[in-house]
Design a protein around this ligand. Structure first.
Ligand code: GLV
Ligand code: GLV
Length: 318
């Protein structure tokens, strides 16, 4: 059987895979396999190892006549047309759990960096703009003891909440359903969406991308937030109306934003949000810790091999 791997992985992760399968892997360093090549290679492949940088859409499914299993090296699977997969009885696997703590770490790092203007401050030196100590030079928002509002209290949300507890933050959350574990373990308090927006100093978005969450943050939501509020998004760019965010930041309706994800990725330094000094932007690195990425790749391979050999996937997207 043939497997297509759309990203370039270290050989040591491929050893046992290559013993069992014919493998075609991207040769692009830290980038996706070119679309043309993917559409060509997928025609006779049984397995597809993918990630958030590929669009697994109807066009691809129509060419993928032999495809049995898609395994994404990610927790989010909004880049995969699940309906098309279901129609064709193609199994889809993903990698929750192994990236929870790394993504929670990065989310909290971005929260602190945005609140305390860490990246902007580091750039001041690089640009030779450090003239002296100043009483209000590069002053930001405190983190310790503030109120954090987490939208999307899943595994990663709970991970962020645990970190916030260590900073004596009051923890509010909003989620489709109540999360008793979060309420009991860290004393998180459930709030309606609007209430959370009004009361939080740090608003952290961790909801998955679904039709219901599309642009869940737009003009109205930013207007409800405190003018001192810091907005953090490490989920998916499509959850946020970027034009509305730009306007809110420019008009100082909210104080700053820390963003690891964008509506269309990658973005360049020309992006309107990058023109604002109260934006801290990262290139989608939520789970980018070495051990984590190795664990994600191993789990994604396990899903793929299990599916191709007729066993249950470890984490199947239903
Ligand atoms: C990355 O964004 C993921 O969904 O794992
Ligand atoms: C992902 O692991 C989540 O449920 O937040």
């Amino acid at each position: 059987m043939k497997i297509v791997i759309t990203c370039k992985l270290p050989e040591e992760l491929l050893k046992s895979i290559k013993e069992k399968f014919e493998v075609v892997m991207s040769e692009v360093e830290n980038g996706p396999m070119p679309r043309e090549q993917l559409l060509q290679e997928i025609t006779d492949a049984e397995g597809l190892f993918t990630n958030v940088a590929d669009k697994i859409d109807k066009e691809l499914f129509e060419k993928a006549k032999q495809l049995k299993v898609i395994s994404t090296m990610a927790v989010g699977y909004d880049n995969i047309d699940l309906e098309e997969a279901r129609k064709r009885n193609i199994l889809v696997g993903h990698t929750p759990g192994v990236l929870t703590e790394a993504t929670a770490d990065l989310t909290f790092a971005l929260l602190m960096a945005t609140g305390r203007r860490v990246v902007e401050a580091a750039n001041v030196i690089k640009e030779d703009a450090w003239k002296s100590w100043g009483p209000f030079f590069l002053t930001g928002q405190e983190v310790y003891g503030k109120t954090i509002g987490i939208i999307g209290m899943g595994r990663i949300g709970l991970g962020v909440a645990k970190r916030a507890k260590g900073f004596s933050m009051e923890i509010l959350y909003h989620n489709r359903s109540r999360n008793e574990e979060a309420e009991n373990e860290v004393g998180a308090i459930y709030k309606e969406f609007e209430e959370l927006l009004q009361q939080s100093d740090y608003v952290v978005l961790l909801a998955p991308s679904t039709p219901e969450t599309y642009h869940m943050f737009s003009t109205e939501q930013f207007k409800m937030m405190k003018s001192t509020a810091v907005f953090i998004n490490t989920s998916r760019g499509s959850n946020v109306d970027e034009k509305a965010l730009y306007e809110a930041l420019k008009a100082k309706e909210i104080w700053a934003a820390g963003l690891d994800v964008f509506e269309v990725e990658p973005i360049s330094s020309e992006h309107p949000l990058l023109q604002l000094e109260n934006v801290t932007a990262l290139p989608h690195i939520g789970s980018a810790a070495i051990e984590t990425r190795v664990a994600m790749a191993r789990l994604a391979f396990k899903n793929l091999v299990n599916g191709l050999e007729g066993r249950a996937l470890v984490h199947q997207v239903k």
